[in-house]
Structure formats: structure tokens, C-alpha cells
Design a protein around this ligand. Structure first.
Ligand SMILES: NC(=O)c1ccc[n+]([C@@H]2O[C@H](COP(=O)([O-])OP(=O)(O)OC[C@H]3O[C@@H](n4cnc5c(N)ncnc54)[C@H](OP(=O)(O)O)[C@@H]3O)[C@@H](O)[C@H]2O)c1
Length: 266
């Protein structure tokens, strides 16, 4: 694969690190206006660091766009004449629909949107992917890139806003749950560091159990709730206080807000 990351900032660097670790490319162009910040990549086999987006587009066929939304239009105008039918465009840019990108570049190109979350920095992103093609090979390329950095799910583009709430904002929601668990653990006698350790690794274990078994959460809950025991006592107390309801309402409010922001941007 000949890949270019156009705009190698926080996200672009995480993607580049994943690709370098997996060693899956023939050449990897990393672009940025100030290339000093990419010095760490220059001695990697097959990696070319440049401030020239056109050179990167001409020498590759898979383009991953990772610039800020306000920078994308200018860059697409800059490179659109260099695009061929062999190019697959993968955009990570929030709020730019496939149709909008298509209108900016003209012609008919394979365009894929990828929505990773910040856990991409540690190779644990939940990345949703949508595309304007049924071309299995092109979708597989995008999946292969983001599978080096976590888990992927191919979704319809109209679900991208919902995916942003569940997966990107979701990181913040889960952080609050972990923080609350930490606070409770401190109240129960652990020091701050121990409390956070207990909270982090217990939540990681809970998710890992579901990933490994494919079970519904309630099946795992049944295994740790004895009749009249302490777990069911705690769970029911949390539900009386609105735990599930509060989470669902919060995520729906977040979804309503993201739709308002999108309308305001249009
Ligand atoms: N961070 C995440 O986890 C995450 C998750 C999901 C989606 N996203 C999306 O990913 C995009 C990038 O986010 P980020 O946090 O990585 O932003 P960032 O750190 O600001 O990276 C953007 C990079 O683009 C470069 N750039 C700007 N203009 C350029 C040009 N004309 N040619 C080449 N490079 C150029 C900038 O470097 P120079 O100024 O040196 O050119 C900068 O390093 C955003 O649209 C965001 O919505 C990010």
C-alpha cells in the first residue's frame, strides 16, 4: 500500500505510529507545513516526510486526511487536479459529509469517512467507518488501517453523528464513570492512586469479558449477584437513583446538541 497522511498532527501521528508498527505499507508520506515536528519519523523505512501535499498525492493512492475542518477545503482545492480513479480518500474530519467532499473535488472518487476516538493514541480506538462505495477492497483498506489502532465498525453515513456521541464523546462519559468509581473507592478506604487503579482495571476487565465472550452484560451481572447479596443491593440502589436512565438521557441530549451544531454550521 502507498499511503499519504495529509496533515500529520495528533491524530495523523497516531495513525502513522500504528502503520509503522504493523509495517503494512510500501511507502508512507506524512505531510505537514512545519515538518520539524515529524523528525522522529524520518529514519523509518519507507516513510517520507514532506510539506508538499501534491507530491504526496502523486506518489500514493490511499489518502488519509487528518487536518482541522477549517483547513480541508483549501487542501482539497490544492490537490483535486492530481486525483485519479485509483485514489481512495479517507477523511477523519468531523462534520464533513462524503457529499460535501465529493462536491469539493468533483468527479467520482471512492470516499471513506472514519471516526476514531482519542483512544487511538494507545491503539484502542473504536473507529466507525462509512463510505460512498460498495467496493469491498476499498473498505477493507480503511478497515486495515484503523484495525492497527483498535476496533472498527462499518456503518451507514447517516449514523455518523450518533457514532460521534457514543464513541468520541463516549470517552468523556466513561471517564466520568471511572472517576465516580474512584471517588467511591477512596470513601471506602483506598488512597487516590489505588482507587483509580481499581476503577481502571475493573472497567477494563468488564469490557474484556464482554469482548471475549460475546455475552450480554446482564449475563455477566448474573454471575456476580447472589440473592440478598451486596452486589444486587448496590445495583438496585444505583438504578433507583437513575443510573441507566441518566446515562441514556445524557447521550440523547448530546445527540440533540450535535444535530443543532450541524444545522448552525450549514
Ligand atoms: N484527535 C482525535 O482523536 C480525533 C478523533 C476523531 C476525529 N478527529 C479529527 O481529526 C482531525 C485532526 O485532528 P488533530 O487533533 O490531529 O488536529 P491537529 O493536531 O491540529 O492536526 C492537524 C495537522 O494538520 C496540519 N496542517 C494544517 N494545514 C496543513 C496543510 N495545508 N497541509 C498539510 N498539513 C497541514 C497541521 O500542521 P502544520 O500547521 O504544521 O501544517 C497539524 O499538524 C480533525 O478534523 C478532527 O476533527 C480527531
Amino acid at each position: 500500500m502507498k499511503i499519504a497522511i495529509i496533515g500529520t498532527g495528533n491524530l495523523g501521528k497516531s495513525i502513522a505510529k500504528g502503520l509503522v508498527q504493523e509495517d503494512t505499507f510500501e511507502s508512507l508520506y506524512l505531510t505537514k507545513r512545519n515538518i520539524k515536528a515529524l523528525a522522529g519519523f524520518t529514519d523509518q523505512k519507507g516513510v517520507i516526510v514532506t510539506d508538499n501535499n501534491i507530491e504526496a498525492v502523486k506518489n500514493t493512492n490511499i489518502l488519509v486526511f487528518a487536518v482541522q475542518p477549517k483547513q480541508l477545503t483549501k487542501i482539497l482545492n490544492e490537490i483535486k487536479d492530481e486525483l485519479t480513479k485509483d485514489h481512495v480518500l479517507i477523511s477523519t474530519i468531523t462534520g464533513f459529509s462524503i457529499q460535501k467532499i465529493q462536491e469539493l473535488i468533483g468527479g467520482h472518487h471512492t470516499i471513506i469517512r472514519a471516526m476514531p476516538n482519542t483512544a487511538i493514541a494507545v491503539g484502542k480506538s473504536m473507529t466507525c467507518i462509512a463510505s460512498n462505495t460498495n467496493d469491498v477492497a476499498s473498505i477493507a483498506i480503511a478497515e486495515a488501517i484503523f484495525k492497527t489502532l483498535g476496533h472498527t465498525l462499518h456503518i451507514e453515513e447517516h449514523l455518523m453523528q450518533a457514532a460521534t456521541v457514543v464513541c468520541a464523546s463516549g470517552i468523556a462519559f466513561w471517564m466520568r464513570l471511572i472517576r465516580a468509581t474512584t471517588q467511591a473507592a477512596i470513601q471506602l478506604g483506598f488512597d487516590t492512586k489505588e482507587a483509580q487503579e481499581l476503577a481502571m482495571f475493573t472497567s477494563q476487565g468488564a469490557a474484556s469479558l464482554l469482548i471475549a465472550s460475546g455475552n450480554h452484560p446482564e449475563q455477566e451481572i448474573d454471575k456476580v449477584t447472589t440473592p440478598k447479596g451486596c452486589t444486587i443491593e448496590g445495583l438496585n440502589h444505583m438504578e433507583h437513583k437513575g443510573l441507566s436512565s441518566s446515562l441514556i438521557q445524557g447521550m440523547v441530549a448530546s445527540f440533540d446538541k450535535i444535530n443543532t451544531i450541524k444545522k448552525e454550521q450549514i
